[in-house]
Write a protein that binds this ligand. Sequence first.
Ligand SMILES: [Zn+2]
Length: 272
Amino acid sequence: MYFVFDIGGTNMRLGVSPDGETIKESKIVSKPDDFGQGVLTLKKITGELSGGEKIEGVAGGIAGVLNHEKTALAKSAHASSWAGKPLKLELEKAFGCQAYLENDTAIEGLGEAAKGTGQGKGIVAFINIGTGIGGVRIVAGKIDKNSLGFEPGHQIIVPEGNLCTCGGKGHWESYVGGSYLEKIYGQKGENITDPQIWDEIAKYLAIGLTNVAVHWSPDIFILGGSVSRSIPLEKVQGYLNRFLTVFPQAPLITKCSLDDDAGLYGALELLR
Ligand SMILES: [Zn+2]
């Protein structure tokens, strides 16, 4: 039995797989603020899901920037008490097997590339638009090599622009991320109905995608996350086609297909 997880800002999605291919049982629980309590919760729920069967491998993603060795969170806006704690080591102690850690958006993109919209595509750019913006470059079914992960949400699209939670200014997510939409337009993304507002958001989204496209040269864009469900894709594609003048054609922008399970399938890929 394998244990896979996707730990976000507030919730943890946990699952078990008997064959490393399919998710047999999964459950969402709220994430304890305390790190020690978090590890205990992971162990307890996994015991329930697996019916006490021996766990032979553990893999999953967590929101935040991991250290270079991918053994702990280096920095996180959501889980400050988890930052710097030896998560990989504690998981290996708790389950008595190897554990693999990744950034949450990275495993979600890996899942979409392997089992979702990105199947058969060589280079996938997965962009997650939730509270903020995360992203990952997947090449031939693997997370592309990187030093400290991918953070396309923190590219500057407006000089000296909106203040970002990371401390920077004018970052992409501070124009398109869900928490910023609420600040800028006074309502949650899913409640925005004014087509003019969506046009403006689509334009900002397309500016960032243009920058990602010229650096990552993807075959396809896959958008995930809560805000991506409300965004008029045809508008974004229209702007991207207009802005991306250097290539003969712009990559197709698509929506993710695995939704909330993408991270668990990506974690299974990590175990391979
Ligand atoms: Zn930022």
